[in-house]
Design a protein around this ligand. Sequence first.
Ligand code: ZN
Length: 432
Amino acid sequence: MKLLIKNAIILTVNQHNEVLENADIALEDGRIQAIGKVPENFQADKVIDATDQIALPGLVNAHTHIPMSLFRNYADDLPFWPWLMEKIKPAEDHLNAEHVYWGAKLGIIELIQSGVSCFSDMYFYMDEVATVVKESGIRACLSGVLLEVDDLGPTFMKAAIDFHDSWHGKADGRIKAFFGPHSMYLCGPEYLRETTEEALKRKTGIHIHLSESRQEVADSLEKYGKSPVQHLADLGMFECRTAAAHCVHVSTEDIELLEKHKVSVLNNPTSNMKLANGFAPIHAMLKKGINVALGTDGSASNNNVNLFEEMHLAALVNKAVTEDAESVPAQQVLRMATINGAKALGLENEIGSLEVGKRADLILLDATKPHYFPRHNPVSSIVYSAQAADVSTVLVNGKVLMENYELKTMDVAETMREAERMAFDLVNRATL
Ligand SMILES: [Zn+2]
């Protein structure tokens, strides 16, 4: 299949952050064949006219719990611990595969509609999420969650191993499997060591929550005499490619350790603010050279999976906190939402920028709306004025998943209906 996208404003997010005006992109067999000027003999099977549209790499939402769309607007305005332990966990105790399937479906529709072409997820019943990834055409790095609660540690370990071994590389290579130990406060040291060994054996990565709340750090200091970051470093976890969500409460020494071990940090500004956990010192991490990506976290703590909001907030929050308007500029934020996300998942040679040879994962935004005018700077427009609802077209692996706002692979009305039915069923079970 050969596809030609014509006449776009292209934000390549390549090494030089090149922006191309009135440019074309040629796609063949799921990869980018040419960009800018396309050879005249390129015979396309399909042409997309992208006049007045901005083309950019599909966004990478690097930290989600996608089936938690079921808990959207269910537990709000609560502190972190009561939110997690009194509202979310009791409901999750009643989860079954069908709940997760429909919750994932709802979340993945929202991802595609808001321009995300790849997401990194950690949750229960990950087979169901993988099934929806396969059906929908999106790309994902999926981690079966590992927890040591209610004596279920070994059960989760077996499930995570089985998940990896049956899904890694599947769905035309669109699925990658990581291991997802929830956190150092819900997994003991031995369990974390074992998880690291299993991940190393399979040459894959780890997705974990780290230093999210003050409480987590205080408990770690009391129990182990060291910070959560130091604790994981000492356990050898960072021998693995590690993507650590949050890293809100980190010391200068912690930041040095993260840098030394090439840990990717997944920044979730909305979730950190909503759960009143604070602000991650992203400006300091970026200065150190740490790879910082962006995520939304689950819809119970956000309450959407819209990465445009996170880009906007990441830029603004860091300026406000540092009282430095030059801190975390728009171009850097765009990199966080694209190529840095790809790096966190070990996919930087495949996705994250629009370059010849890379996978054709790209989105088009309709820049004909008033909030794009006057058109001084397209990068600023994406970070500071664009809305997720401007995403008109989404391609993953060269396949069109949404064109001119129309989803090609999923039934929106059916999914909203079934997901809501599942959500109410779950809450009823939890509150009986
Ligand atoms: Zn999370």
